[in-house]
Design a binder for this molecule. Structure first.
Ligand SMILES: Cc1cc2nc3c(=O)[nH]c(=O)nc-3n(C[C@H](O)[C@H](O)[C@H](O)COP(=O)(O)OP(=O)(O)OC[C@H]3O[C@@H](n4cnc5c(N)ncnc54)[C@H](O)[C@@H]3O)c2cc1C
Length: 438
């Protein structure tokens, strides 16, 4: 009998596993998903006014061959390709992203005294945390102007609690200074023509929808008998379990057998929560930016996405001559939950909206994301090594953005890959490459 594989969650990681199981012709598997649709954090919702929203700004980019194969298996016109147009808003200036490579866009009097590459800081010993790494890499002027306030706002915890092991491909350093606007893996990106980002995950799961039990939240796992039970009382036995629920919650879902020491260790994982405020207007789409970053505390968000610029299908009747939409992201730990007036006022202040757009607000949809960013703290890898080692010994693989808790491999393409590679490990004994423990 072929081994039974059970998967918790139909987000990108669980669906990556499904794709691979189909490719291998494996026939003994099932996915349990607590929600009614696939996609997880990368899903989308359409509100009663006809605006479609993602759970925060999601753009698709990858260099992984298996993910490129998934993308090219869809019809040629499935995606719209975009050139990233990203900026940092600072006072009245709009500085192209990456900020540190485009300082000449600041008014002369605001430019930091120490420009990159001109006068570096005296090197200290190896930085001990993210705060020190920023200081050593960019110097105090750039840090106080942008890096400290922005990162503090997004992560919502003191930066000295964070490591800097995750910065490759996320923060450009002075060594990259020749590249400017095209820097980074998402300088061009794909976005589905219809259905929001969730449209992608609906499409890839179409040929194994009957394998997914929607509306089934896994409530308890018995690691000794390798059995799980959903909150509706459905039980299933597994030989291998791939779980994508947050790792700290997995510890509590296991009925017995997790040593107290590991339960305590699980409490050391840190994360933040985010509120996504979708604002839909009866005003034409006319934005010349994909998204803007807001380091200043006076703005009640860290990023605003001009969502309707990605696809006309995201507004009512797909009519961007009449409708447009913006998505504002706020880290709850940093700034709480802003109200509609505050958000619209801030968009006017940032000159994204004009004052007379205020009365054109047609929709305000709020999406709360309790688990948004898994925080790479200094002690994270030690915690992960202990917890994952324990679960591996029971053939349980916790993977994905919060299953694996590694921000640096927490994008959609990483998640698809983690699901695929977990299956290859279970069935073929292959080594995982994307999710590696240090
Ligand atoms: C604000 C924000 C912006 C982002 N932007 C980008 C971007 O631009 N590009 C990019 O590539 N990635 C982006 N991401 C990351 C992307 O969302 C993740 O890579 C991806 O969703 C992770 O997939 P996953 O399957 O690991 O987890 P999830 O998407 O969280 O899916 C887990 C699934 O498991 C289900 N589940 C949980 N517990 C249970 C249970 N007990 N029983 C049954 N089901 C359960 C959940 O309902 C969910 O559907 C962003 C994320 C956030 C939060």
């Amino acid at each position: 009998m072929s081994p039974r594989i059970v998967i918790i969650g139909a987000g990108p990681t669980g669906l990556g596993a499904g794709i691979r199981l189909k490719q291998l012709g494996h026939d003994n598997w099932r996915i349990y998903e607590s929600q009614a649709d696939p996609g997880g954090l990368a899903g989308s919702v359409t509100d009663s006014s006809g605006f479609t929203w993602d759970y925060g700004g999601h753009v698709l980019f990858t260099s992984f061959e298996p993910v490129l194969d998934v993308i090219t298996s869809l019809p040629d016109d499935f995606f719209i390709e975009h050139q990233r147009k990203a900026f940092v808003r600072l006072d009245d200036a709009l500085v192209p992203y990456p900020f540190q490579l485009n300082l000449d866009a600041l008014p002369r009097e605001k430019r930091p005294a120490i420009l990159l590459g001109k006068k570096g800081k005296k090197k200290r010993s190896r930085p001990r945390n993210f705060l020190q790494w920023l200081d050593e890499t960019f110097g105090p002027d750039l840090c106080s102007m942008f890096f400290y306030p922005y990162n503090q706002k997004v992560w919502g915890i003191p930066l000295e609690k964070m490591s800097y092991s995750w910065i490759e491909n996320r923060i450009t350093t002075p060594q990259d200074s020749g590249k400017k606007a095209e820097w980074g893996p998402n300088s061009t990106f794909l976005y589905p023509r219809s259905g929001g980002m969730g449209g992608f995950f609906k499409a890839v799961s179409r040929n194994f929808m009957t394998r997914i039990s929607f509306g089934h939240k896994v409530a308890e796992i018995d690691i000794e008998s390798k059995t799980l039970v959903t909150h509706k009382g459905k039980t299933d036995k597994f030989d291998f379990l791939l779980t994508t629920m947050p790792l700290n919650l997995l510890v509590g879902t296991v009925a017995t057998g997790v040593p107290d020491r590991l339960k305590d260790i699980g409490k050391r994982l840190e994360w933040n929560s985010c509120t996504v405020s979708g604002l839909g207007f009866s005003r034409p789409e006319k934005e010349d930016f994909s998204w803007q970053y807001f380091p200043e505390p006076t703005y009640p968000f860290y990023r605003v996405t001009a969502l309707s610029s990605y696809s006309s299908s995201l507004v009512p009747k797909a009519d961007t001559r009449r409708f447009s939409s913006f998505m504002c992201e706020t880290t709850t730990q940093s700034q709480g939950v802003p109200d509609g007036n505050e958000l619209v006022g801030a968009l006017c202040k940032a000159k994204i909206l004009e004052q007379n757009d205020r009365r054109r607000l047609k929709a305000h949809t709020r999406l709360d994301i309790p688990y948004a960013y898994p925080i790479p703290t200094i002690e994270r890898d030690r915690v992960l090594a202990e917890l994952q080692g324990f679960f591996h010994s029971y053939d349980i693989f916790s993977r994905g953005r919060f299953g694996g808790w590694k921000y640096e491999v927490g994008n959609m393409d990483h998640s698809l890959m983690q699901g695929m590679e977990a299956v290859d490990r279970m069935l073929l004994g292959k080594k995982e490459r994307v999710y590696a423990l240090s």
